[in-house]
Design a protein around this ligand. Sequence first.
Ligand code: NAP
Length: 245
Amino acid sequence: MDLQLHGKTALVFGGSRGLGRAIAAELVQEGATVVIVARDAARVHKVAAEIGCFGLPGDLSVEGVGTALVKAATDLLGRTPDILVTNTGGPPTGSFSATTSAAWAAGFQGLWMSAVDSIQAVLPGMQANGWGRILAVTSVAAKEPQPGLVISNALRAGILGMLNTLSREVAGQGITVNALLPGYTNTDRMAELGVDNASMGAKIPAGRLGEPAEFAALAAFLASGRASYITGQAIAVDGGFLHSI
Ligand SMILES: NC(=O)c1ccc[n+]([C@@H]2O[C@H](COP(=O)([O-])OP(=O)(O)OC[C@H]3O[C@@H](n4cnc5c(N)ncnc54)[C@H](OP(=O)(O)O)[C@@H]3O)[C@@H](O)[C@H]2O)c1
């Protein structure tokens, strides 16, 4: 299948490791010109050179950075990105009782406002072009709250409502908006959460964690010209982990 990504441009947040890196690599392989973003400047440039794309350092947990990164990427690409992938590291873990107001505010800026700001910045260009793909990396926690992840459980569910609302506003303008829900996937985030891959794998119907490339395959398809009639969806790549239908 030709994904019709040759000549398209993409901005991929959190693109130096894990799921974002896999998405960026897949889009490059399909012929897109890609900019990746992450905080660690040395690593973002190193990974960009390895993948064959542009690297932009930036911290999406800082107010205003989402907007500034869209402008910087537009300057690098010479046009508005056709594809925007919102994605950052996971928010701090913890129970409701142990989570401070400061942690909630930081989680809101990093997970939620960085997505809102960057989408608002990219939309006028996509509307002028009559073509756009907005993909948000969220989590299975958006549909089934996970233990000890109160910020993620709360905010990611709300983000699905925000994205679905937006998808209807722009559906007639050639722009699709979809959420991708990773299940437990083999990245640095698993070590950060202290997940034991073997025992977690036993709880997943597929019998193992997912690989970033398996997740990236869905992202590339949803970013493509072939996915033009799929919008407002929240699609899990989870080896059968979610029970909900
Ligand atoms: N892996 C899973 O199983 C899984 C499951 C469900 C949900 N998720 C969610 O999916 C997202 C991606 O997960 P992952 O496993 O790919 O994580 P990861 O391996 O930790 O990679 C995170 C990427 O985002 C960048 N990043 C982190 N914070 C950032 C910030 N404030 N500004 C800009 N870039 C930032 C990191 O680079 P720098 O550190 O250099 O900034 C890195 O490139 C996370 O929100 C995670 O919670 C993952």
